[in-house]
Design a protein around this ligand. Structure first.
Ligand SMILES: C[C@@H](N)C(=O)N[C@H](C)C(=O)O
Ligand SMILES: [Zn+2]
Length: 244
């Protein structure tokens, strides 16, 4: 056990125990406007089972990330949307569950739904799942827009955790300029999975809102963002998400 002085020194150095949830908030309390669909608590995810550590249908983030997300929620609300959250803080034990699942190549129960074109052996190598995930640092989340006019999710031309090039933010357009091209990286005309201009623009509405309030994107997944100034860039937390 750590001596009190040692604990204080560790805290001062900006380090924190992976079990310490003190700086985390429950998202539905911090940002009541969000809609939750906790896919790793359910079995409708790329594994097909509830994921280790998800014992409550509860979503947590660092208080810093939640504060930024609250601004995003207000921003998109003015545009007629709410935020729908699929995952946020993810304990390391859940990521370890993904790794163990990936090692069992016989288990492809959910392939048709989540990685139809990508070989299971490539999911980590191609950047769709990380063995050390930003999600475990507590300031990363997966989300989409919910359109309040239609009462449905905005049409993104693809769904959360669809692992494949069709989910790359530069699929069929340039996310830097927001311009739709219908092509992949300016050249290849996609045979399958082409998204239309409305779908590309919907991805951009989400992306622009997230970037305006301090988040950065990921090159492989349009739904995934990390707080740029994340408070724990080196800590991979491992407590189970819980209502406080
Ligand atoms: C598993 C998927 N939802 C995801 O979060 N992928 C990124 C790359 C991660 O594992 O951090
Ligand atoms: Zn993610």
């Amino acid at each position: 056990e750590m001596a009190a002085a040692e604990t204080a020194a560790v805290q001062q150095a900006g380090k924190v125990s992976p079990e310490d949830s003190r700086d985390f908030v429950v998202l539905s309390e911090a940002v009541p406007d969000v809609i939750l669909e906790v896919r790793y608590y359910s079995t409708y995810n790329f594994v097909g089972d509830r994921i280790a550590g998800y014992e409550q249908p509860c979503v947590m983030l660092t208080k810093e990330a939640a504060a930024a997300l609250k601004e995003v929620a207000a921003d998109v609300k003015k545009q007629g949307y709410r935020l729908k959250i699929y995952d946020a803080y993810r304990p390391q034990m859940a990521v370890d569950n993904f790794v163990a699942w990936a090692e069992n190549l016989d288990d492809t129960r959910m392939k048709a739904y989540f990685y139809p074109q990508v070989d299971k052996t490539r999911l980590f190598a191609d950047g769709y799942i990380d063995a050390k995930s930003g999600h475990s640092r507590g300031s990363t989340l997966d989300l989409t827009l919910f359109d309040m006019n239609t009462g449905k999710e905005a049409d993104m031309g693809g769904v959360f955790d669809h692992f494949g090039v069709e989910s790359h933010p530069d699929w069929c357009g340039d996310p830097e300029t927001g311009k739709y091209t219908g092509k992949y990286k300016g050249s290849k005309q996609p045979q399958d999975g082409q998204i239309n201009e409305v779908q590309f623009k919907n991805r951009m509405i989400l992306r622009q809102a997230m970037l305006r309030h301090g988040f950065k994107p990921l090159a492989t997944e349009w739904w995934h963002f990390t707080l740029k100034d994340e408070p724990y860039p080196d800590t991979y937390f491992n407590f189970k998400p819980h209502m406080k």
